[in-house]
Write a protein that binds this ligand. Structure first.
Ligand code: NCD
Length: 303
């Protein structure tokens, strides 16, 4: 039985297969509309979410399956003191597969050690978010046609942004990829990730300037400053508007830049950018549903 806790649980070949399945779903949706008939997905969201939870639910419904679950720890037995291990053992009696989001780093991994059914990490604290990365990879594949030889700018909260951590882990496996890590000093990528990049000899630069980085980028991955992970409101207020992408800042960008954002957006991309053909963040949302369909099929071993 397979789980998805970290994006590197999947080999490059498995990622290619998931992308191929997602593309086939996009081309032939009718072929898949009964693929998960009589199967149930449980969404156990111990932390607020709209898009990821609804994306999983829409994915399962489009596969002909059904969905149970809760959103918010206060709606679950965690509020009575139950451990995640017990929760998944119980829910595994009702559902065939579980998507779990939890504020504590590592909780879905602990859950997977006890679960009788596959566990998907739908975001664990400031750590990882592998299914967002799958959505990002499908978007990059559809927009750029390849993962190789890309200069990827990641901008904003690189410290707490779990989507950033998972995307770096995925993209560092491809040839010719270079990262430009754009953040305030206080929100730099965690040291353990920098050490991994150093160890593997993967090219990267750290900078505070989005303007300096802009002309060299093939992909610009904007992120929200993660308010819920701050210990101190004053720091959040000081840092929250560090980067605001607007049409002027795009003047020096490549014509085929791909602008991404996992959403929700706060201020970091002005709405005036939304009509720019390079804005891909709403396409990313749709891609997220298709790739989650592909993932559910794989983990349930129906495709
Ligand atoms: C991201 C998350 O939850 O980490 N959102 C998402 O899943 N689409 C990004 C964020 O909340 O900023």
């Amino acid at each position: 039985m397979r789980n998805l806790i970290d994006i590197t649980d999947l080999t490059i070949q498995e990622i290619d297969e998931l992308i191929a399945t997602a593309c086939d779903i996009i081309a032939n949706p009718d072929k898949y509309c009964d693929a998960c008939r009589r199967k149930k997905l449980a969404t156990l969201f111990f932390e607020p979410s709209t898009r990821t939870r609804l994306s999983f639910e829409a994915a399962m419904l489009e596969l002909g399956g059904s969905v149970i679950g809760f959103s918010g720890a206060s709606n679950s037995s965690a509020s009575k003191g139950e451990s995640v291990s017990d929760t998944v053992r119980v829910v595994g009696c009702y559902a065939d597969i579980i998507a779990m989001r939890h504020p504590k780093e590592g909780a879905p991994m602990i859950a997977s050690m006890r679960s009788p059914v596959p566990i998907i990490n739908a975001g664990d604290g400031g750590h990882n978010h592998p299914t967002q990365t799958l959505a990002d990879l499908l978007t990059i594949q559809r927009e750029k046609g390849s993962y190789e030889n890309l200069t990827i700018g990641m901008c904003g909260d690189l410290k707490f942004g779990r989507t950033v951590h998972s995307l770096i882990h995925a993209m560092r496996r491809y040839k010719g990829v270079k990262f430009i890590l754009i953040s305030p000093e206080e929100l730099k990528v965690p040291e353990y990730i920098i050490q991994e990049l150093d160890r593997e000899g993967i090219p990267y630069e750290e900078t505070t300037s989005l303007e300096d980085a802009m002309p060299s980028l093939d992909i610009l991955y904007m992120t929200r400053v993660q308010q819920e992970r701050f210990f101190n409101e004053a720091d959040y207020v000081r840092l929250k508007d560090s980067y605001i992408l607007n049409p002027d800042k795009l003047a020096t960008a490549k014509k085929d830049l791909c602008i991404m954002h996992p959403l929700p957006r706060v201020n970091e991309i002005s709405v005036a950018v939304d009509d720019d053909p390079r804005a891909c963040y709403f396409k990313q949302v749709l891609n997220g549903k298709y790739i989650r369909m592909a993932l559910i099929l794989k983990l349930l071993e129906v495709a």
